[in-house]
Design a protein around this ligand. Structure first.
Ligand code: BTN
Length: 245
């Protein structure tokens, strides 16, 4: 990973650039990093605030030979790599909230956006975007985000070296990705479960089809969340916003 890095001062969105590079045949492991994004975007077309010199706004291109239904696993794998890197660099212990949030002390520090380019049932590139709030001060967050978002520095009380963190993320990602290609999702799933906070808790899942309440049992072998409703039925949740009760 990262042998081919496109570093930019200001971009619309690193995702947008990575999609273009992937279309133009960029190699697996190509990375786009920017100091600032002016159209940073999150899941469900939400805005992702990406102010200058404070965070890590990065998109990686990978080309795994896997069927479409396995791609949610890559978001979970990326979350594990980032948690391991944050632990190593800062000594903080982040949690993962399914599917793509990394929290410290209950507030969001990292969001992951996984997008695909595919034909029929076969993936030909995956663009994994990661937004990491690194050195923002508490007061830098918008009023409406203050209670739900934070940064690494705000939680540790120390400025964090962004280059070092990027380096560690790429090392951990590469290790896990190679393990995944060799041995499949099972070992990654175990690691993911060790960092997950939503498991065995009562949750509310807001999906595009409606709201479901129940106990989060875990993830299946594809990385899909399994929720047991009050009636004992097991629902598969492919995409949702989760609130832990
Ligand atoms: C989310 O939690 O909704 C996902 C946020 C993903 C943000 C990152 S920042 C780098 C990349 N470029 C974007 O425009 N979005 C992703």
């Amino acid at each position: 990973m990262g042998r081919n890095i496109h570093f930019e001062e200001e971009v619309t969105s690193t995702q947008k650039i990575a999609h273009k590079l992937a279309n133009a045949g960029a190699k697996e492991g190509t990375i786009v990093i920017a100091e600032q994004q002016i159209e940073g975007r999150g899941r469900l077309a939400r805005v992702w605030y990406s102010p200058k010199y404070t965070g890590i706004w990065m998109s990686m291109i990978i080309r795994p030979k896997i069927p479409l239904n396995q791609t949610p696993q890559l978001t979970l794998l990326t979350a594990v790599a980032i948690v391991q890197a944050i632990e190593k660099v800062t000594g903080l212990f982040p949690d993962i909230k399914w599917p793509n949030d990394i929290l410290i002390n209950g507030k969001k520090v990292v969001g992951i956006l996984t997008e695909l380019q595919a034909e029929a049932d076969q993936v030909h590139s995956v663009i994994i975007g990661t937004g990491i709030n690194v050195n923002q001060r508490r007061e830098d967050f918008h009023e409406d985000l203050k209670s739900i978002a934070t940064s690494i520095a705000a939680e540790s009380g120390e400025k964090c070296d962004r280059s070092l963190l990027i380096q560690e993320i790429l090392i951990h990602f590469e290790n896990l990705y190679e393990q995944y290609l060799r041995s499949g999702f099972k070992p990654i799933k175990l690691l993911w479960e060790s960092y997950a906070i939503s498991l065995n808790k009562e949750i509310v899942a807001k999906t595009l089809q409606g709201t479901l309440k129940g106990k989060a049992l875990g993830i299946d072998d594809e990385g899909i969340l399994l929720l047991q409703t009050g009636e004992g039925k097991i629902e598969k949740i492919y995409s949702a916003d989760i609130k832990i009760k």
